[in-house]
Write a protein that binds this ligand. Structure first.
Ligand code: NAD
Length: 256
């Protein structure tokens, strides 16, 4: 119960890494606002978690993280529902891309930046203001990607947004230190969620082979790390990146 008594917002909490983290947080004693653009799926997640034996531990909130007023409203909803805010996991994201020279900037650049980059900035800003006003400190965890630290095919805009998440994390840790706030970014590698599961078996096998142990990471494995980072046990981890990629970023090629 390392998150006993804590209140968290998890954006993109209705699916994949976010949903696995909601379940982990609840098992660790937290109350969680599942904040997602897909309200029906967030409500289904609440029902599922109630049925798992944690009635009232979660609530659903609709948010488009690329609109600041909506992010601010979802922070207010968490406070109204559960009394305060201790943790925000800025995790909502979209993936995809085209070769750079095929870009229509309004289609292939801006939407990605609005969700994957602006959405994290807005989460840091709205939660940071709440932490300052509460005077209680807080933890900000944000989902970057292995692509935030390297170039990759069809990932020009995604890589830019995910690199910004790492930069935001360093600066937020500095700017909010006086309010007792910590900030950490995670860089997942290849995780078995709907973003990856939409691809062919051949591509999934290729993705798995890029990780050292030749398998996709489970969303639950990412959730375990996020719960640790959100807890007081990770109190010394601040303004940095935690790689949760099963060695992807340390690994170049296998020959079989
Ligand atoms: P997912 O598609 O299962 O979940 C993403 C969730 O975000 C969905 O519930 C979706 O409705 C929500 N969402 C999308 N746009 C939104 C918006 N504008 N406002 C609010 N919610 C929105 O994907 P996932 O794999 O769990 O991805 C979670 C995060 O992990 C993303 O930031 C993604 O870029 C990152 N990531 C995933 C992988 C991977 O291999 N799956 C690897 C690296 C990073």
């Amino acid at each position: 119960m390392r998150l006993e008594g804590k209140v968290a917002i998890i954006t993109g909490g209705a699916s994949g890494i976010g949903l696995a983290t909601v379940k982990k947080f609840v098992r660790e004693g937290a109350k969680v606002l599942i904040a997602d653009i897909n309200l029906a799926q967030a409500e289904a997640a609440v029902a599922e978690i109630d049925a798992l034996g944690f009635p009232g531990a979660t609530a659903a909130g609709q948010v488009n993280v690329s609109i600041y007023k909506e992010v601010e409203a979802v922070v207010a909803l968490a406070v109204k529902t559960f009394g305060k805010l201790d943790i925000i996991f800025n995790n909502a994201g979209i993936a995809g891309g085209k070769p750079l020279l095929d870009h229509d900037p309004e289609v292939d650049y801006m939407p990605m930046i609005r969700v994957d980059q602006d959405g994290v900035y807005y989460g840091i800003l709205a939660a940071g203001r709440q932490f300052r006003d509460q005077g209680t400190g807080g933890v900000i965890i944000s989902t970057s990607s292995i692509y935030g630290e390297q170039a990759a095919e069809l990932a020009f805009s995604y890589s830019a947004a995910k690199a910004a998440v790492i930069s935001f994390t360093r600066s937020a840790a500095y700017e909010l230190a006086e309010y007792g706030v910590r900030a950490v970014a995670i860089t997942p590698g290849r995780v078995g969620t709907p973003i990856i599961n939409q691809f062919s078996d051949e591509l999934k096998t290729l993705f798995a082979s890029e990780q050292m142990r030749n398998k996709l990471t489970l969303p639950e494995e990412i959730a375990d790390t996020v719960a640790f980072l959100a807890s007081d046990e990770a109190n010394a981890i601040n303004g940095t990146v935690v790689h949760v990629d099963d060695g992807y970023s340390a690994f170049k090629q296998r020959f079989d």
